[in-house]
Design a protein around this ligand. Structure first.
Ligand SMILES: [Zn+2]
Length: 354
């Protein structure tokens, strides 16, 4: 299946996939210095192959590499930046949450002379799958939440502004390398920035980036089941419609499908990647529940502009749960497709386990 032959209601993921048990074990050995450079590369390649295979087996149309080289969404990205000094986490004991991260203080203007590592991700992914895929990058605002003021920067907004051209260079390199679907991930913290400024930052990242689809995932955070901020997209409208993104990727399932009417209310011309899997919930949605959620979205978004995905990345889920949820997503989507087209949809490999 090529990008041009995608079915109606294409299924995809937001980005990260569940980390296999053996990779958690390998992380410990890597951190302790027990792996050589080639051992790390081999381990990461195997992890990507596993994530790809699981998504293919579940029947996802547009997959990702599971962000398997990133050690949890953005941790590894920071190793590519120059000009940052790590600060000890403010809290190290007890539950892991947003106050337990390593923060970084700028000591000079931030740069990334060797890029952010995603071109290597693209090259390997092309070797291990024939499916269409997307590649994601954290947005400047999201990266800036882990960077304090300091050095030449008076606040995090100035930091984010300086990160945008670095992300832009990375996206251009991915496009030049043949990537067709590129996405920026942002955790929406309304207290940090006006929607207009948020859109300007996104557009700066994608300036001159020629690809089939520019995605923009905005969510409220999923770390250990915790969100961050008031969970409403309403303040972004109508400004968000002016962004250069082709598709907005939003979370709905964990908000009990609140705000599904925004597309119609604001006549939003964008495609919507609708989150129909609740990742802050340990149960596996039935395909029927997924189908109901999709039908709800179709009341506001035309089928030609609707894509189906989980609420967020799957990295914080155990793998058996991530796989079962993806299966439900695919089967539920096929049910709705069949209703829309009148054509029988292929079944899915039910009963398999990750
Ligand atoms: Zn997310």
């Amino acid at each position: 299946m090529t990008a041009s032959t995608l079915p109606i209601l294409p299924t995809t993921v937001v980005g990260s996939y569940a980390i296999p048990a053996w990779l958690w074990a390998a992380y410990e050995k890597i951190e302790a210095g027990g792996f050589g450079r080639m051992d790390v590369a081999e381990t990461e390649n195997d992890a990507v192959a596993t994530a790809v295979r699981d998504q293919e087996r579940a029947g996802v149309d547009v997959i990702s590499d599971g962000e398997m080289r990133r050690q949890g969404f953005i941790v590894s990205i920071f190793k590519y930046f120059h000009g940052l000094k790590p600060i000890e986490p403010r809290r190290k004991v007890g539950v892991l949450s947003y106050d337990g991260h390593v923060l970084y203080e700028p000591v000079e203007r931030i740069s990334a002379p060797d890029g952010l590592g995603t071109v290597r991700e693209l090259q390997y992914l092309r070797q291990v799958t024939a499916r269409p895929f997307k590649i994601t990058l954290p947005g400047p605002l999201t990266l800036a939440t882990q960077i304090t003021k300091g050095g030449p920067y008076r606040d995090r907004v100035e930091v984010a502004t300086d990160l945008a051209p670095i992300i832009n260079r990375e996206l251009r390199a991915l496009a030049a390398g043949g990537a067709e679907n590129l996405q920026i991930d942002d955790v929406y913290q309304s207290f940090m920035m006006e929607p207009k400024r948020l859109v300007e930052l996104y557009d700066r990242c994608f300036e001159g980036v020629a690809v089939t689809r520019r995605f923009w995932h905005i969510c409220f955070g999923t770390l250990e089941g915790f969100g961050f901020g008031e969970r409403t997209y309403r303040p972004l409208f109508p400004m968000i419609s002016s962004a250069s993104a082709d598709q907005l990727v939003f979370e709905f399932a964990n908000r009990e499908m609140a705000e599904t009417g925004l597309w119609r209310e604001f006549d939003c011309p964008k495609e919507l990647g609708a989150g129909v899997l609740d990742l802050k919930n340990f149960y596996v949605e039935s395909p029927e529940l997924v189908a109901r959620r999709i039908r709800r979205m179709l009341e506001s978004v035309p089928a030609e502009r609707l894509w189906i995905n989980p609420d967020c990345g799957l990295a914080r889920l155990p793998r058996h749960l991530a796989f079962a949820k993806l299966q439900a997503l695919v089967i539920g989507t096929r049910q709705v497709r069949q209703e829309l087209t009148g054509r029988a949809e292929p079944g899915c490999t039910t009963g398999e386990r990750a």
